[in-house]
Design a protein around this ligand. Structure first.
Ligand code: EAX
Length: 319
């Protein structure tokens, strides 16, 4: 009898520990707690922890403490991390079809962005993550990218000639700047030190990132080129996802959706604030660069699109 009690006790203990342990999502981002990436991750954490009554715990690793974006993606493939909020740029080495939405001057409004990313094409791209052993949960937003540099004002494409520009780790992003006439170098984020030491002359990012990283201290000139719409993606480990009970799989999808909608709203509402702040910090801003000169240079890039990326790009261009 005593023995049975012990066994029942042990079994009970075990199941209590298992329950108490629940699931842990280690979520990696490369930006600081000031960033929109972080705000989205935090919202996701709140929704998931509440929705699972604490059965799922989300730990946010920010500021690149678990590696750069390429490394986070590799860790997601191995289930060494379970989630990340990652910029579309470096994802294209893993999920080539995402290139379609990073084509220059593709979107001219948020309405078009939302229509494509939240529509059939966006869904098809997110489905393609599975072939890389990843889950593409939902698109959220980094924003429209603009060029900055320390050397001279950039009004038209010819002003870019020969400038050393840091780009994301993506062949498409390298090609864009090569076609425009710059000397692009891929580097992982962050890049403040390289800018301050003049290893590179310039970089390109949304206004929020330029402001939050105080790039105005090391970059004098900003041109509102809005050349690429930079999406972020809630990316996950497929191995982790597949092992979850159905109700939690659903919870992750709805939480990433709600956190994405929340983050896009925040980001868009603050766009004007960042522009003002950058000006206040002394940046010389060209609000109306000669976009036609840039477009002319990059449009031939379309010919380099093949396969599924070409199919999606053609579909977006046709809308
Ligand atoms: O998410 O690497 C980059 O330029 C990204 O836009 C961003 O700053 C990190």
């Amino acid at each position: 009898m005593k023995k049975i009690v012990y066994i029942i006790g042990a079994v009970l203990m075990l199941s209590i520990t298992a329950f108490a342990q629940g699931y842990v999502i280690n979520l990696g981002i490369v930006t600081t707690p000031k960033s929109f990436h972080y705000m989205a991750a935090k919202k996701f954490k709140e929704i998931v922890e509440k929705g699972s009554n604490g059965d799922i715990k989300v730990i946010i690793h920010h500021s690149g403490s678990v590696g750069n974006e390429t490394s986070i993606l590799q860790q997601l493939q191995l289930n060494a991390l379970q989630m990340g909020v990652i910029t579309a740029g470096p994802i294209d080495k893993f999920v080539p079809s995402i290139k379609a939405i990073e084509f220059p001057f593709l979107f001219d409004s948020y309405a078009k962005v939302d229509k494509i990313l939240d529509g059939k094409i966006g869904q098809a791209i997110l489905n393609d993550f599975k072939s890389a052993n990843l889950i593409g949960y939902h698109f959220l937003e980094n924003g429209f990218r603009n060029i900055t540099n320390s050397k001279r004002a950039i009004h038209s494409a010819k002003d870019v000639k020969g400038l050393k520009i840091r780009v994301m780790n993506s062949q498409l992003q390298i090609d864009i700047w090569r076609y425009i006439g710059a000397n692009p170098t891929p580097m992982p984020w962050p890049i403040y030190t390289q800018l301050s030491q003049h290893v590179i002359d310039g970089q390109e990012n949304p206004l929020a990132v330029i402001d939050q990283y105080k790039l105005y201290e090391v970059q004098k000139y900003l041109s509102l080129t809005r050349h690429v719409y930079s999406a972020l993606v809630f990316v996950g480990s497929k191995t982790f996802y597949d092992a979850l009970p159905k109700k939690y799989q659903k919870l992750l999808y709805s939480a990433t959706k709600d956190a994405s909608v929340y983050e896009r709203g925040l980001n868009r509402n603050k766009a004007k604030f960042f522009l003002k702040d950058l000006r206040k910090h002394g940046m010389i801003i060209d609000e109306h660069p000669d976009l036609a000169s840039f477009k002319k240079k990059v449009m031939p890039l379309k010919k380099r699109f093949t396969g599924i990326a070409k199919k999606y790009l053609d579909q977006i261009l046709a809308q």
